[in-house]
Ligand binder design. Structure first.
Ligand code: G6P
Length: 629
C-alpha cells in the first residue's frame, strides 16, 4: 500500500528519496512522486504513473534540487492511478507540498469549504485538501506578523490536524522553511530515522534501513519537526516528547533476492530455515510436561482462559483457522475466527474469560488494529473483571503498531517478507499456533504429556522434511505450470485441519496468477461448486491420512466423475492413484499436515504466475500491508 519517505540533511535529497521508495516497492503501488525544496525556496514536484523507473527517468531529466524532500508511492484509493492523483500534492501557490498515507474521511466537506473560498483542486484525491488547509493557515499566521520558520510550519500543521478525520501518516514541506520537514501520524504508521547528518521519516523500516539503524517509531497522534539540527517530537496535546530511539537488528530489513528470480520464490525456500529457528527457540531441550514449549508468556497469561477469539485478514486469517482447529481439537479450547473487517461492525456478544488474538504479519493492517482496539474498549467498558480485555498479538514485525498496542506479542521471527503474497509468514504464524496449542493443552491437561511430546517430536523433524519438500515441489510445480496456461477456474478442496490450506491455496493462486480460484471444505463441493466442474476446471484436493482421508478421496472421485482434472496433494500409494497428477507429501501425523500441504500450494501458484510472465512479487491492485479500512 502507499509508502512515504522524507528526509532533510546535508546531501541532495532526490536520489535518496528514490532509493528509499525502491525499498517500499514491495508494498504495492501504482504511481509515485517526490517533491524537494532547495535553499532558495524553490519546490520541485515530479510525479509519474506506474513504476519507479518512470519517476527515476523524470528526475534524471528534469532534476530536483534541494536537501530536503518528500517522496511517495501511491496505491489508489480516491481517484484513478494517474499522474495528477499521484503524490505529492501542492497548494495552489505551490508553496506547500504534502504526501499522505491513509484516508481523510471528511475530505468532501473540507474540499467544498476550500472551493467556496477559491481553492482550485487538480486531483480527485482526499489528500489534496491538506496542502490547501496548511497553506491557508500559513497565510493567516504570516499576515498576523509571524515569521516564516520550521517552527511556524509545525504549529500550523498542529492547528490543521484536528480538522482531519480518518487515518493518516503525512509529511509536509514549505518553500519558506526549506530546511524543515513536518511529519505526523494518526493510526497509519510512521517511523523517524536518525542518520548521520540527516533525519528521515518513512512508513516502513526497509526505507530507513539503508540510511540508518537508529529509529524512533512515532506514537499515534504525534507530530514531529525534522531539521538538520535534529528532531522535535510532540504528542496530541502539543507537549514535547523525549524518547530513546531503538536499534533495528538483523540484516533482513533490506530487500535482497539472494539470487532467486523473485522474492516470493526466495521466501518459499526460506521456510525450512524459519522452521529450524522456531524449533531452536521454542522447543529447546529441558522443557517440562507443565510447559512443553518455550513461549515468552507468563503463567498468569493462561489463567482462567475459557475461550479464544481470533481477528485477522487475508492469509493471516487462514493461519488463524488452522490455529482455531488446533486450539479446539488439540487443546480443547473453544475458538472462533473472525474477519477483522466484519468484527468491527458486528462483534459477538461479550463472553467472559476470553483471549483475543490479533494475527497480522505486518502488524499494520488497519482493520485488525481497529477491531482489537474496539474489542479492548468494549471489554473495559463492561466493568466485570472476568470480561476485561486479554489480548495477544501474533506478528512478524515486532516494531509495528500492533506490538505497541498489545500487552503480549508473539514474534513469528520470519524475517522481512517482500512478496505481496504471504508465504513464509504464513508458516511462521502456523508454527506460533502449534506452540500456543501445546501450551494450552498442557495448562488445561486436555492432552497427555505423551501426546504433546509426540507433537513436539514431529515438529522437531519439520525443518529437514520441509527442505526436501520445497526442493521437490519447486521442480514438480515448474513442470506442471504450462498445463494451466489456458485455465480460468480452479477449485481447491480440503477438510478438517486442511480446509484452511485449501482456502490459502485458492487465495495464493488468485492473488498472483489472476486465475479465479475457490477453496471449499471437500464435503461442501456437492452443494454447489460441483456445478462448475468439467474438463476445463482442475480440482486440487488435499488428502492426508487421518480422520477425513477416505472422505476427501470420495469427494475427489465425485469431481473425477465430472471429468475434472484431479491434482492431489497427498502421500504416494495405492489410495491416491486416482489423481491425474500427484504433488506428494510425506506420511505424517494429520496434526502437522498443514505445514506440509501448504508448500505445493505456494509453489504451484508461484510457477503458474511466473509461467504467465506476471509480476509475482507485486501483483496488480494488491498491497502488502493494508493500512486503510
Ligand atoms: C493484504 C495482503 C495479504 C495479507 C493481508 C493481511 O491483503 O495482500 O497477503 O494476508 O493483507 O495482512 P497482515 O499484515 O494483516 O497479515
Amino acid at each position: 500500500m502507499c509508502g512515504i519517505v522524507a528526509l532533510v540533511g546535508s546531501r541532495e535529497a532526490a536520489f535518496q528519496l528514490l532509493d528509499g521508495l525502491r525499498q517500499l516497492e514491495y508494498r504495492g503501488y501504482d504511481s509515485a512522486g517526490i517533491a524537494t525544496v532547495d535553499a532558495s525556496g524553490r519546490i520541485t514536484c515530479l510525479k509519474t504513473e506506474g513504476k519507479l523507473i518512470n519517476l527515476t527517468a523524470r528526475v534524471d531529466e528534469q532534476g530536483a534540487p534541494g536537501r530536503c524532500g518528500i517522496g511517495h508511492t501511491r496505491w489508489a484509493t480516491h481517484g484513478k492511478p494517474e499522474e495528477r492523483n499521484a503524490h505529492p500534492h501542492c497548494s495552489v501557490d505551490g508553496a506547500v507540498a504534502v504526501v499522505q498515507n491513509g484516508i481523510i474521511e471528511n475530505y468532501r466537506n473540507l474540499r467544498e469549504t476550500l472551493q467556496a473560498n477559491g481553492a482550485v483542486f487538480l486531483s480527485e484525491t482526499d489528500t489534496e485538501v491538506i496542502p490547501h488547509l496548511i497553506s491557508a493557515e500559513l497565510s493567516r499566521w504570516l499576515a498576523s506578523g509571524e515569521t516564516a520558520s520550521g517552527t511556524l510550519l509545525l504549529q500550523v500543521v498542529q492547528t490543521v490536524l484536528p480538522q482531519l478525520q480518518g487515518a493518516y501518516a503525512l509529511a509536509v514541506i514549505w518553500k519558506q522553511a526549506p530546511g524543515a520537514l513536518v511529519v505526523a501520524r494518526k493510526i497509519a504508521p510512521l517511523l523517524i530515522g536518525l542518520g548521520e547528518g540527516e533525519f528521515l521519516c518513512a512508513s516502513d523500516t526497509p526505507a530507513l534501513a539503508s540510511f540508518t539503524r537508529t529509529i524512533l517509531p512515532m506514537e499515534d497522534g504525534e507530530v514531529a519537526l525534522l531539521s538538520p539540527l535534529g528532531v522535535e517530537l510532540y504528542n496530541t496535546q502539543g507537549e514535547r516528547q523525549q524518547r530513546m530511539p531503538t536499534l533495528l537488528t538483523g540484516a533482513d530489513h533490506v530487500a535482497d533476492k539472494r539470487g532467486f528470480r523473485h522474492f516470493m520464490l526466495k521466501e518459499i525456500h526460506e521456510q525450512p530455515e524459519i522452521a529450524e529457528l522456531w524449533v531452536t527457540r521454542h522447543l529447546p531441550q529441558g522443557l517440562t510436561a507443565q510447559m512443553p514449549v518455550a513461549l515468552p508468556l507468563e503463567t498468569s497469561f493462561y489463567r482462567d482462559i475459557e475461550r479464544v477469539e481470533i481477528l485477522a485478514c487475508g492469509t493471516s486469517r487462514h493461519a488463524a483457522l488452522v490455529g482455531a482447529y488446533l486450539l479446539e481439537q488439540f487443546a480443547g479450547l473453544p475458538t472462533t475466527v473472525y474477519y477483522a473487517s466484519e468484527f468491527r461492525y458486528a462483534p459477538p456478544p461479550l463472553a467472559p474469560n476470553t483471549l483475543t488474538i490479533g494475527v497480522t504479519q505486518s502488524g499494520e493492517t488497519a482493520d485488525t488494529l481497529a477491531a482489537l482496539t474496539m474489542e479492548a474498549k468494549r471489554r473495559r467498558a463492561h466493568g466485570d473483571p472476568a470480561y476485561a480485555p486479554r489480548q495477544l498479538g501474533v506478528t512478524n514485525r515486532p516494531e509495528s503498531s500492533l506490538s505497541r498496542q498489545m500487552p503480549h506479542i508473539l514474534d513469528i521471527g520470519a524475517g522481512i517478507e517482500i512478496g505481496v503474497a504471504a508465504t513464509k509468514t504464513f508458516l511462521g504464524q502456523l508454527l506460533t499456533f502449534y506452540g500456543l496449542a501445546m501450551a494450552f493443552a498442557a495448562k488445561r491437561s486436555s492432552r497427555s504429556a505423551d501426546e504433546i511430546s509426540a507433537l513436539a517430536d514431529e515438529l522437531r523433524k519439520l525443518p529437514e522434511q520441509l527442505r526436501a519438500l520445497v526442493n521437490l515441489h519447486d521442480q514438480r510445480c515448474a513442470g506442471l505450470a504450462h498445463r494451466f496456461a489456458a485455465i480460468q477456474d480452479v477449485i481447491f478442496l480440503g477438510r478438517g485441519i486442511n480446509y484452511p490450506i485449501a482456502l490459502e491455496g485458492a487465495l495464493k493462486l488468485k492473488e498472483i496468477s489472476y486465475i479465479h480460484a475457490e477453496g471449499y471444505p471437500a464435503g461442501e463441493m456437492k452443494h454447489g461448486p460441483i456445478a462448475l466442474l468439467d474438463a476445463h476446471v482442475p480440482v486440487v484436493s488435499i488428502a492426508v491420512p487421518g480422520m477425513v482421508f477416505e472422505k476427501v478421496l470420495s469427494n475427489a472421485q465425485e469431481a473425477k466423475a465430472r471429468d475434472a482434472q484431479l491434482i492431489g496433494v497427498a502421500p504416494e500409494g495405492p489410495d491416491t492413484a486416482l489423481f491425474d497428477e500427484l504433488l506428494p507429501v510425506p506420511e505424517m501425523s494429520e496434526w502437522i499436515s498443514p505445514l506440509f500441504t501448504v508448500i505445493p500450494m505456494q509453489l504451484l501458484s508461484y510457477h503458474i504466475a511466473a509461467h504467465r510472465g506476471l509480476d509475482v512479487d507485486q501483483p496488480r491492485n494488491l498491497a502488502k500491508s493494508v493500512t486503510v479500512e
